[in-house]
Design a protein around this ligand. Structure first.
Ligand SMILES: Nc1ncnc2c1ncn2[C@@H]1O[C@H](COP(=O)(O)OP(=O)(O)O)[C@@H](O)[C@H]1O
Ligand SMILES: [Mg+2]
Length: 423
């Protein structure tokens, strides 16, 4: 096996997506002929060490990470030595902040000459915007510039070289609990893997499934996972809101288990095979057998009856998403409505129900932007894992501020380059 000790130099990009239902490792490379990203391998292992995005059993998580990595390594015929890792937990918070600086003026023959804005001015103003006071157990995960203002001129994407008196930066900060972030990074490090950075799972998924037009004109990306539902709202080519709901598709499984008195594995299989997010679209005539327990009597239930439970819980989650979008004050900005991704987006008829509840267009987002040579990237459940690879490949598209060794390392040089690409 090849050993890629310097992944980026060797054009190998590794992402480890830590979910509540599965740990997933993706290995990608650049196709030397096409110049595009090519997916070489995906490995996946059931996740039993993470609940609602937080670690509950560290040893399980480490061995499941190892299994996912090994599977991806086998498929890609490569050895993983460094990676970026996703994080989705209720501890994620997004906040919009601003900062402003005066631009220095030079004098020539007593005539003031307005100073041209430099990269270092941009760094200073973004520094100011991110300089909010954070609780002791909280760190900045991402600094995502939205736009600049020079005096009264708004919506400037790249202020360098322009002149004025006052430069203002509008920035979205995503913060995370230091403990949650450090513990996730430590698990990968325990396996001898260098963690190049942590990325909010909702952003990784957005990178894999959204179009530039959607990000420009407004879209809400909903990553419907097992224990969490990540929401990232884009408008004017910037992130406007990021949050995590501590409920996901696992609650539907749980309801099925409780209502039908079956084990969780059976409930999961019933949900996938017979469940529909719209009960009206499933037939009361089509019945299926329920597993018989300990010599109990045989039972049958219709798909319609099952889907009534499925619909009720799915509707509840979608209403929570809607409330969050309204709370963020962005419901009017979503020209492209909602893109649903994550494994939960595979539920039958979920886009129909979501359109009714959210009262806007809804599409299912599958990973794209990679050559899928292994034929596995068409499942929305893999959006975040594939997105992490794209994130590594285009490190300047977004700006990650969280590094495992140095939680608040200020890598400002990335900000300006990020801006150039992002707008
Ligand atoms: N075909 C399907 N129908 C209904 N639900 C599905 C289907 N495939 C996956 N899911 C659900 O998606 C959830 C897992 O989504 P995933 O994005 O992999 O979660 P996580 O990132 O939290 O590990 C599970 O609750 C699973 O039941
Ligand atoms: Mg996920």
């Amino acid at each position: 096996m090849k050993n890629f000790s310097l992944p980026k130099e060797k054009n190998i990009y590794v992402g480890i997506d830590v979910g509540s239902s599965k740990i997933c490792c993706s290995i990608s490379t650049i196709d030397p002929i096409e110049g595009t990203l090519q997916l070489l391998g995906i490995g996946s292992s059931p996740s039993t060490g993470v609940k609602i995005g937080s670690i509950t059993h560290r040893e399980n998580l480490i061995s499941e990470m190892e299994a996912a990595i090994k599977e991806a390594e086998m498929m890609a015929d490569a050895k993983v030595s460094s990676a970026i890792v996703s994080i989705s937990s209720e501890q994620i918070r997004g906040i919009n902040t601003q900062g402003a600086i005066a631009i220095q003026k030079n004098q020539m023959n007593n005539v003031p000459i307005q100073h041209e804005i430099t990269e270092s001015d941009v760094q200073r103003v973004v520094d100011l915007a991110k300089g909010i006071s954070l609780p002791i157990d909280r760190d900045i995960l991402h600094v995502l510039p939205q736009e600049f203002m020079i005096d009264t001129m708004e919506k400037i994407k790249d202020p360098v070289g322009m002149s004025g008196h006052r430069l203002e930066a509008h920035v979205h900060l995503i913060t995370v609990s230091t403990t949650a972030a450090t513990n996730i990074a430590n698990c990968a490090q325990e396996l001898g893997i260098t963690v190049d950075g942590l990325v909010f799972q909702g952003l990784a998924s957005g990178t894999a499934v959204l179009d530039k037009d959607e990000k420009d004109h407004g879209v809400a990306l909903v990553d419907f996972g097992e224990g969490t539902t990540d929401l990232s709202i884009y408008h004017d080519d910037g992130i406007r809101h990021a949050s995590v709901l501590g409920i996901g598709s696992g609650s539907i499984t749980n309801d099925i288990g409780v209502m039908l008195q079956v084990g969780m594995e059976e409930a999961e299989s019933i949900k996938r095979t017979y469940g529909s997010a719209k009960a009206s679209l499933s037939s009361p005539e089509l019945e299926f057998d329920l597993p018989v327990k300990n010599g109990g009597i045989a039972r049958r239930i219709s798909e319609h009856e099952l889907s009534r439970y499925v619909e009720a819980r799915t509707e509840e989650i979608l209403r929570l998403v809607k409330r969050e979008i309204i709370r963020a004050g962005l419901i009017e900005n979503l020209t492209y409505g909602v893109v649903l991704t994550g494994g939960g987006a595979n539920l039958k008829n979920i886009s129909g129900l979501a359109e009714e509840i959210l009262e806007m267009p809804v599409r299912i987002g599958k990973p794209k932007g990679v050559q899928d040579t292994v034929g596995m990237a068409s499942d929305p459940a893999f959006s975040a894992a594939v997105g992490l690879g794209i994130w590594c490949y285009q490190p300047d598209e977004m700006f990650s501020d969280y590094h495992a060794e140095s939680p608040v390392k200020q890598t400002f040089k990335h900000i300006f380059r990020w801006f150039k690409d992002f707008f």
